[in-house]
Design a protein around this ligand. Structure first.
Ligand SMILES: *Cc1c(COP(=O)(O)O)cnc(C)c1O
Length: 374
């Protein structure tokens, strides 16, 4: 199906675990999004996979970028991105980061509070502002539980308050949660966002529908075209400039995460299922198995025959480092330690979560307090 990935994976001697990416798949997925949403601007959400080869591929394809931090802005610039095509989509930055992004040439910022609007006025003068609206994100595998977003009234007030602060009220954005499988959720978000733009007096608002386009992991999902039809059917959409911020949908299918089986344990008295311990788990890139939110398709090269139920676990001594306990997975009864298990569609939110700088926020510094003379 993906010849470049399959050819790479044919070498069975390479040490595991690792992620292999095919940028050509990223380019193809980007082209599919562009074809489904003609005229829309696509900003790739960098955190899904910030690898320079992915960013360069998307620069060449004409994409822009949704960044959350100065470090992500720098990655985009290093890949050749035009700062005019970078949006700072994180409504919580801090003054120093806001100023750094502005110095780097970023002129579009997302906000969701008056506190942040004041920060933008002080550190990103003249910037174009999108207000993030709190929307229903049911249907998402990883909902936000209200972490970001303003109510319609507050969002309208924020847009109206831009001009007096030297900022440009550009439009409205929302994020309906990642792996969002319901086109109707987008349609509802779009309708709510257009109403806010109208109340704020914007004639031709930017309408940024965020990320969330889903990937067919182990079950089918609606096509890009179905999402486009739902969004395009909302009254008033024609006056808006549509922006999308896909992350997962562009990179997931471009990656395979190859692991090795460390142990297959039968656990009489504990579980009737075999426990399969892999050499990658929650802390080696499989963060999205938390709550079993994302269920990757699995492949066991070189093994076939009858399958039986398994629990899949990671290698660390942390009790949370169990990938799938409730989600039914079955693997060949012939599975042995040393076999490879490939996690498919694993290009999104794996390498980035396994880094010590997810979303461009660095690792926790550790200081040793000198002995205190007492
Ligand atoms: C993470 C994020 C995205 C990308 O979400 P996907 O579900 O990966 O498409 C887009 N926009 C914002 C603001 C985000 O935080």
């Amino acid at each position: 199906m993906h010849p470049a990935l399959d050819a790479f994976l044919a070498d069975r001697d390479r040490p595991t675990p690792y992620l292999v990416l095919d940028p050509a798949v990223v380019a193809r997925r980007h082209a599919d999004v562009v074809a489904a949403f003609p005229g829309a601007e696509v900003l790739y959400a960098v955190k899904a996979c910030p690898h320079p080869a992915v960013l360069r591929t998307l620069v060449a394809a004409g994409a822009g970028f949704d960044a959350a931090s100065p470090a992500e802005v720098d990655l985009c610039l290093a890949a050749g991105a035009d700062p005019a095509r970078i949006g700072l989509g994180n409504p919580v930055r801090g003054a120093a980061a806001t100023a750094a992004a502005h110095r780097a040439g970023v002129r579009r910022f997302v906000t969701d509070s008056v506190e942040d609007l004041d920060e933008l006025a002080a550190h990103a003068p003249g910037a174009a502002v999108l207000v993030r609206l709190l929307v229903d994100d049911s249907g998402s595998a990883t909902p936000f539980f209200g972490k970001f977003g303003a109510t319609p009234q507050v969002a309208t007030d924020l847009l109206r308050a831009c001009a007096s602060r030297g900022l440009v009220a550009a439009g409205v954005t929302f994020h309906a949660g990642s792996q969002q499988t319901r086109p109707t959720t987008y349609a509802a978000g779009v309708a709510a966002a257009l109403a806010v733009a109208r109340d704020a007096g914007l004639q031709h608002p930017v309408l940024d529908v965020g990320g969330g386009l889903p990937v067919a992991y182990r079950a089918d999902v609606p096509s890009f075209t179905e999402f486009a039809a739902a969004i395009g059917g909302v009254d008033g959409i024609d006056a808006a400039q549509l922006v999308l911020e896909p992350g997962r949908a562009l990179v997931a299918e471009a990656g395979v995460l190859r692991t090795s089986v460390l142990r297959v344990s039968r656990r009489p008295g504990v579980d009737h299922r075999r426990w399969v311990y892999l050499d990658a788990g929650r802390y080696q890139g499989l963060a999205e198995t938390e709550n079993e939110a994302i269920g990757y398709p699995l492949r066991v090269p070189g093994r076939d025959g009858p399958c039986g139920p398994v629990v899949l676990a990671g290698p660390t001594c942390d009790g949370d480092d169990v990938l799938y306990r409730r989600t039914p997975y079955a693997l060949p009864l012939s599975l042995r330690a040393g076999d490879h298990v490939d996690l498919l569609h694993a290009g999104a939110y794996t390498a980035s979560y396994a880094s010590v700088g997810f979303n461009g926020f660095g690792p926790l510094p550790v200081h040793i307090a000198p002995a205190h003379p007492s």
